[in-house]
Design a binder for this molecule. Structure first.
Ligand code: SF4
Ligand code: SF4
Length: 471
C-alpha cells in the first residue's frame, strides 16, 4: 500500500503505485489537454508529482515535447543561471564483498586488481587533484567491512581535508559508500562531509534482488531506507541516483521521484542532488547484456523531466557520458559535472590512465583545463564553489534559500571568485584569457550594487594572492 510517509521501502516505493502511474502516463501520453494542464502547473516552478512528471516523460506529441524541453531549459536558467559546479571522484578502494552484476568490483571478479589506498597514497592523489584545480571531491569505496571499515573512510576524510598544497584545498568531500547504520552516518556527519550519495541502482525490487545476488547490498529494504538513516544521523544533504539501463527507465523515473517526495514528506527536505548514470562498458561487464539501455534522446528527455519535476535539486552527470551527450544535457538541467576524472584506485598519480582497477570506462577523457575551457566557450561559468555547506547552508536552510531563489545572490559571485582562483593557480594561458573575459562579462549580472562592489574588491585580492572568499 502506497504511503509517502511510511518508513518502509516497499510502502514509499510501492510497486502498485508505480504501475498505476505508468498506466496513467500511457493513458495520457497523447492527451494534449492533460499535458497542457501539467505544463501549466510546472511553470509555477514548484515541481511536479511523480505521476504528472511521468506523463511528461511518456508524452508522444512532438510539439509538446519541444515545450517540455524549452521549459526545462528555462527552469535551468532561472535556478542555476549559466553556472556549472565542478567535482572529481576519488576512488579509495575497490575491495567489495557485494555481487552487483553490472560492476567490475563485484566480489567474484577474480581478474581485477584489488587495491586500497594508504593514507600516504591518498595524500598523493589529493595533491594531484589539487594541482588540477579541484576543490570538491566525491570519495568512492566498495563495501568491505574488513578492508574498508568506517574508520578507514573517516581517517581518509580527515587526511583529505588536512592537505593544503600550494594554494590548493579540498573544501567539500562528498561520500559515496554503501548503505550503513545511523551511528556510522553520524560519524560521517561529524567528519564534516558534504553530501552523502547512494545510488539506488534500480527501484524495481525483483530486479534489484537479481542484480545484487550476494552480499549485504542484496537487502532491498536496507538499501532503499539508507537515506532515512542518513538523515536520522544528521546528514542534511543526500544524493539519489539510479543506473539507467538496468530496468525500464520509466519505472526508475517514477521511483526516484517517489523517493524524493518521501524524503521531503518525512524530513522536510528533498534530495540535494540526483545523478543520472547510464550503464557503460567495464572489465567483465558488457552493457549490451542489459536490454533496458536507453538512447541519447530518451536520456535527454529524462534529464529535462527531472529538471521540471524537482527544480531545486542539483543534477549530476559524470564522465561516463561523452562530450557530445554532456553538451546536450547541460542546458536541459545538469548543474554539476565531473572533469578530468580517473575512475580507478590511485589513478590521479599515474601519467597514463590506468586500466587495471577501473570501475567504468571514461567516455569524456579531456583534462580539467580542457573541460573548463569548453564550458566557457559555451558561456557557462565553471564554478568551484563549496560555500553553502561551509556557511551552514545545508538541508532545509539550503532548500528555503533555493526555493526562494535567494541562493542565486551567493552562487554567481562565488562562481566568479572560485573561477578566478582556478585561473590564477591552474589554468593554461588560453583558458585564463577566456576566463578573465567571462568574469568581466558576468560581473554585470550581479544585480545588487553592494554585492558587486564587495565582489570586485575580493576579485582584486584574489589577483594579489589571497584565497577563499565567499558569500
Ligand atoms: S556497485 Fe558498489 S557495491 Fe556493487 S560491486 Fe561495485 S563497488 Fe561493490
Ligand atoms: S553558493 Fe551554494 S548553491 Fe551556490 S554554487 Fe556555491 S555551494 Fe552551490
Amino acid at each position: 500500500m502506497y504511503d509517502v510517509k511510511s518508513m518502509k521501502a516497499q510502502e514509499f516505493i510501492d510497486d502498485g503505485e508505480i504501475r498505476e502511474t505508468l498506466t496513467y502516463a500511457d493513458a495520457h501520453k497523447n492527451d494534449a489537454a492533460e499535458i497542457d494542464r501539467i505544463l501549466q502547473r510546472a511553470r509555477e516552478r514548484k515541481g511536479l508529482s511523480h505521476r504528472d512528471a511521468s506523463v511528461l516523460l511518456a508524452c508522444e506529441i512532438p510539439e509538446k515535447n519541444r515545450e517540455i524541453e524549452q521549459l526545462a531549459e528555462q527552469i535551468k536558467k532561472d535556478f542555476y543561471g549559466n553556472r556549472i559546479v565542478m567535482f572529481a571522484p576519488l576512488y579509495l578502494s575497490n575491495y567489495c564483498i557485494n555481487g552487483c552484476v553490472y560492476c567490475p568490483y563485484h566480489g567474484k571478479n577474480k581478474h581485477i586488481t584489488r587495491k586500497k589506498l594508504t593514507q600516504d597514497e591518498i595524500r598523493r592523489e589529493v595533491i594531484a587533484l589539487q594541482d588540477m584545480g579541484h576543490k570538491r571531491l566525491a570519495i568512492e569505496a566498495g563495501e568491505d567491512p574488513v578492508n574498508n571499515p568506517i574508520e578507514y573512510i573517516l581517517e581518509s576524510i580527515e587526511t583529505i581535508y588536512s592537505i593544503k598544497h600550494k594554494n590548493g584545498a579540498i573544501r567539500r568531500v562528498n561520500v559515496n559508500i554503501a548503505a550503513t547504520t545511523v551511528e556510522n552516518y553520524r560519524k560521517l556527519r561529524d567528519a564534516g562531509i558534504g553530501t552523502y550519495i547512494l545510488f539506488q541502482e534500480t527501484y524495481h525490487k525483483e530486479s534489484y534482488e537479481k542484480l545484487h545476488p550476494t552480499g549485504p547490498k542484496h537487502d532491498y529494504a536496507y538499501h532503499t531506507e539508507a537515506m532515512d538513516r542518513a538523515m536520522e544521523g544528521g546528514i542534511d544533504d543526500v544524493g539519489l541516483g539510479v543506473l539507467f539501463g538496468l530496468e525500464l527507465y520509466r519505472y526508475e523515473f517514477a521511483g526516484i521521484l517517489m523517493h524524493a517526495e518521501h524524503l521531503e514528506a518525512v524530513h522536510g527536505v528533498g534530495p540535494h542532488t540526483i545523478s543520472v548514470p547510464r550503464i557503460c562498458p567495464a572489465d567483465d561487464i558488457d552493457p549490451t547484456a542489459f536490454d533496458n539501455s536507453i538512447s541519447d534522446d530518451i536520456f535527454a528527455k529524462i534529464v529535462a523531466c527531472i529538471r521540471i519535476a524537482v527544480p531545486y535539486t542539483g543534477m549530476i552527470v559524470s564522465t561516463r557520458e561523452s562530450q557530445r551527450t554532456r553538451e546536450r544535457v547541460l542546458h536541459l538541467g545538469i548543474s554539476q559535472i565531473s572533469g578530468g576524472s580517473r575512475t580507478s584506485v590511485g589513478g590521479y598519480c599515474e601519467t597514463v590512465r590506468p586500466e587495471d582497477t577501473v570501475q567504468f570506462d571514461v567516455s569524456d577523457q579531456r583534462t580539467l583545463d580542457e573541460v573548463v575551457h569548453w564550458l566557457m566557450d559555451m558561456d557557462y561559468i565553471p564554478s568551484f564553489c563549496t560555500a553553502c555547506y561551509r556557511e551552514g547552508r545545508t538541508g532545509d536552510r539550503f532548500m528555503e534559500l533555493c526555493k526562494s531563489k535567494q541562493i542565486q545572490n551567493c552562487c554567481l559571485p562565488n562562481a566568479l571568485m572560485t573561477l578566478k582562483e582556478y585561473l590564477m593557480d591552474y589554468a593554461s594561458p588560453e583558458t585564463r584569457a577566456a576566463g578573465e573575459r567571462l568574469i568581466a562579462a558576468n560581473m554585470e549580472d550581479v544585480s545588487n550594487p553592494k554585492a558587486r562592489e564587495t565582489l570586485s574588491g575580493w576579485l582584486d585580492k584574489i589577483s594579489q594572492g589571497e584565497r577563499d572568499f565567499r558569500f
